[in-house]
Design a protein around this ligand. Structure first.
Ligand SMILES: *Cc1c(COP(=O)(O)O)cnc(C)c1O
Length: 353
């Protein structure tokens, strides 16, 4: 640490992304990436002519993408905010809205929430999950604090219904409720229609998981036009060119190719069912996931040993190793072939232990 570093950041614990080792090629099931490539349409729009256009700044108003998203979600363009990954929407929303009354979130969830709360010096409170990792919605009713919930939650994969989200939003009218729907296209129910009715709801989405564009860094948020206006003020005060022109083109085309992505999501859900069923046959405990990942408690082998053994065999999964998750691993749902290989390696590991 340099002697120049702002004192308030000295104890900051940054987010730790999933490992990306380069010593060999791994089957990478540790970052909830989509195993399938972007749509053929996206491959076409990233071409010589779009690369030539890189000498110009991107459209700082993100006009076409907002128009396409508004059309897709049946909202107005001023209900849409676009960001460099949804992490940026989250960061800007934490910065913009959560100073007064602090923010609450489940004790086991996306670990960036706590990082942003610390970074922006926000008061935060973690609400414990039930033993089965479910969210008790009563804990979020009438609490007079800002709220963020990932729905489906990570890494549990468990989801709340739109009606349950509505109860939470309705009972906290003076505070902002943020619903992070990074995984909603893998079987969840979106809260977007509720924004017509509630002006304290912000729904955050990403192209990283269901739309095979993690590398493009694209996310967006949908909410009341005043909330979106505030986010625009923050964005234009940090980086009005937050979305680069190639990613913008890719994202616009991805919205148009919705059917392609929904078909890939269905494949992932089918693969999730196969993986869940087969791991349960080994005696593993697997939560019922609505995400492109499953939370698994191995049996007959420690979670950490299972993670290490798979790594030796060229497969990366996520082992968190925290107190609450030390007996669990999170496995991203891969392609049909990746699932088959994972199951074969698991069987070998269990036979040779
Ligand atoms: C992956 C993920 C994000 C971040 O997505 P990016 O758009 O890649 O920044 C946000 N929230 C949750 C819950 C996630 O799992």
């Amino acid at each position: 640490m340099s002697s120049f570093f702002n004192e308030k950041f000295q104890d900051l614990e940054a987010y730790i992304p999933g490992e990306q080792p380069k010593d060999q090629t791994y089957i990478k099931l540790n970052a909830n990436e989509n195993p399938y490539p972007p749509s053929p349409g996206v491959l076409e729009v990233i071409n010589e002519s779009s690369v030539r256009g890189l000498n110009k700044y991107p459209d700082s108003n993100i006009t076409r993408m907002k128009m396409l998203l508004a059309e897709h979600f049946q909202v107005q363009e001023d209900n849409v905010f676009v960001s460099n990954g949804s992490d940026e929407s989250l960061a800007m929303a934490f910065m913009a809205f959560c100073d007064r009354d602090g923010i609450v979130f489940p004790s086991i969830t996306y670990s960036f929430y706590i990082v942003y709360a610390e970074l922006f010096g926000l008061a935060y409170r973690e609400i414990p999950l039930e033993k089965d990792f479910s969210i008790q919605i009563e804990d979020y009713i009438n609490i007079h604090q800002n709220i963020i919930i990932a729905n489906p939650n990570a890494p549990s994969g468990l989801a709340l219904s739109r009606a349950e989200i509505e109860e939470i939003v309705q009972s906290n009218p003076e505070n902002l409720v943020m619903i992070d729907e990074a995984y909603v296209n893998f079987g969840g129910e979106t809260a977007v229609p509720l924004i017509q009715k509630y002006d304290n709801l912000l729904v955050i989405h990403t192209f990283s998981k269901s739309h095979s564009l993690a590398g493009a860094r694209l996310g967006f948020a949908i909410g009341n036009e005043e909330i979106i206006g505030d986010l625009e003020k923050i964005r234009n005060s940090i980086n009005p060119y937050n979305v680069n022109s190639l990613s913008m083109l890719a994202g616009e085309q991805a919205i148009l190719d919705h059917e392609y992505y929904m078909a890939q999501c269905q494949r992932i859900m089918d693969n999730r069912k196969i993986l869940t069923d087969e791991l349960r046959k080994f005696g593993f405990k697997v939560l019922d996931s609505k995400g492109n990942f499953i939370l698994v408690e191995p049996r007959g082998i420690l979670a950490k040993s299972y993670y290490q053994a798979l790594r030796k065999k060229g497969i990366l999964i996520r082992y968190f190793g925290t107190d609450q998750l030390k007996d669990y691993v999170r496995i991203t749902i891969g392609s049909e072939e990746q699932v088959r290989i994972l199951l074969e390696r698991t069987e070998e590991i269990l036979e040779n232990r």
